[in-house]
Design a protein around this ligand. Structure first.
Ligand code: SF4
Length: 394
């Protein structure tokens, strides 16, 4: 990740700021750092910005970054002739870059131009929606002028902030060109929200989410099955489904909770009132949550677009595919325990497979996995082993 110190008099050529995180769906987007770090910074499961203070960047500095992106785009596009990239000359130019920051920025703009959905820009960091609406609209308008090929402007926004923004301001943001807000709701349960110190309530989630949707801005919300522990598993599932049914977001993105080493959730566990569920218990919670959604009120998508979810195939439209998603989960749960375990271990080791595709693995890998699945008899040891892998890739 890149953190530049460019806000002083000196500004390195061809460099703009890049923050540490973006949603997976923005992997090929340009990343425009509008604020730095998180203004809340208290969620107990989150370690991301704990050592950094929140800052709002000056609009003029953000605009300079947009200018730099546009200059880099023009520079890189000179290597595109007759519908083809001259990769050799791209590489030659890349070799002339003298700092890591220059190389990161060049790579990002090149990837944005060449890979997948190259029409998006994501506004960083954790809660850009807390910015004054005048400033945010000014920045988005500037993006639209300087980078006219951008078709989608997206941002993170915390539920508590989203609830406070007026309907009028959402309309202004939409008119300026804000297309989608990503928001980590994590849970719809007030009990769980208090436990993890999320700093918002179910009511705020519903109010904020509805305002976003009413303004015609897409809403992508993230939930953490398992974050309430065994004790609040049912509450987490049912109350989360309630929020989804009330808000009808465009996307529900699942992020199965795993207790991270060094996070404040360890204190919650040590208090003795919270116990982390097993991998399979978390899957059962996902099942309960999905089955509790009122499919007559929603038409967005559920996606499992993160390696942290055990069954990546649980994806689909909420108005039509819920029966299919439940059947798919049930078909996995109906497998003999050894088969379940083999898939769990393969997935947790990072093989991005559907459980029906295990046979495609290399025999040597299959044998290692089979050995672990058969020979770790103690359930506690088994969960610990899975956890070691998951702790690495969150
Ligand atoms: S709001 Fe987001 S970035 Fe900030 S502490 Fe919570 S999870 Fe972390």
């Amino acid at each position: 990740m890149l953190f530049n110190e460019m806000e002083g008099d000196y500004m390195e050529q061809g460099v703009f700021q890049i923050g540490p995180i973006r949603p997976p769906s923005e992997a090929n987007s340009l990343l425009l750092r509008v604020t730095e770090n998180c203004p809340w910074n208290k969620c107990r499961f989150c370690k991301l910005y704990k050592k950094n203070d929140f800052h709002i960047r000056q609009v003029e500095d953000v605009k300079k970054d947009i200018d730099t992106m546009a200059e880099l785009r023009d520079r890189i596009l000179r290597h595109y002739k007759n519908d083809e990239w001259d990769i050799e000359s791209v590489n030659k130019e890349y070799q002339t870059l003298t700092s890591d920051d220059q190389r990161w920025c060049y790579q990002m703009v090149f990837r944005w131009l060449t890979e997948g959905d190259s029409n998006s820009i994501f506004l960083q960091d954790a809660n850009t929606m807390c910015l004054r609406v005048d400033w945010l609209t000014e920045i988005i308008r500037y993006v639209r002028v300087k980078l006219p090929e951008i078709k989608r402007v997206t941002s993170y926004g915390r539920a508590n902030t989203l609830a406070k923004i007026s309907t009028e301001d959402y309309k202004r943001l939409k008119e300026a060109g804000l297309d989608r807000i990503h928001s980590g709701y994590e849970s719809g349960s007030d009990k769980v929200l208090a436990l993890i110190e999320k700093g918002c309530t179910q009511e705020e989630q519903i109010i904020g989410g509805r305002k976003v949707r009413d303004a015609g801005i897409e809403l992508s919300i993230y939930f953490m099955p398992g974050v309430g522990g065994r004790e609040l598993s049912d509450d987490n599932a049912i109350e989360t489904a309630k929020v989804i049914s009330a808000v009808n977001p465009n996307f529900v993105r699942l992020r199965t909770f795993v207790l991270r080493t060094g996070s404040l959730m360890e204190e919650v566990r040590d208090s003795g009132h919270w116990t982390e569920g097993t991998d399979i218990e978390k899957l059962l919670e996902i099942r309960k949550m999905i089955s509790s959604i009122d499919s007559s009120k929603v038409n967005g998508k559920i996606t499992s677009d993160h390696i942290i979810n055990l069954l990546q195939e649980v994806n689909g439209d909420m108005d039509t595919d819920i029966p299919w998603m439940l059947e798919y989960i049930d078909s996995f749960l109906a497998l003999p325990k050894l088969e379940q375990r083999k898939y769990q271990m393969a997935r947790r080791m990072g093989f991005p497979l559907d459980w029906k595709q295990l046979w495609r693995m290399r025999e040597s890998d299959r044998l290692i996995i089979e050995d672990l699945a058969k020979n770790i008899v103690d359930e506690h040891e088994w969960e610990k082993k899975l956890h070691v892998y998951m702790d690495h890739y969150i």
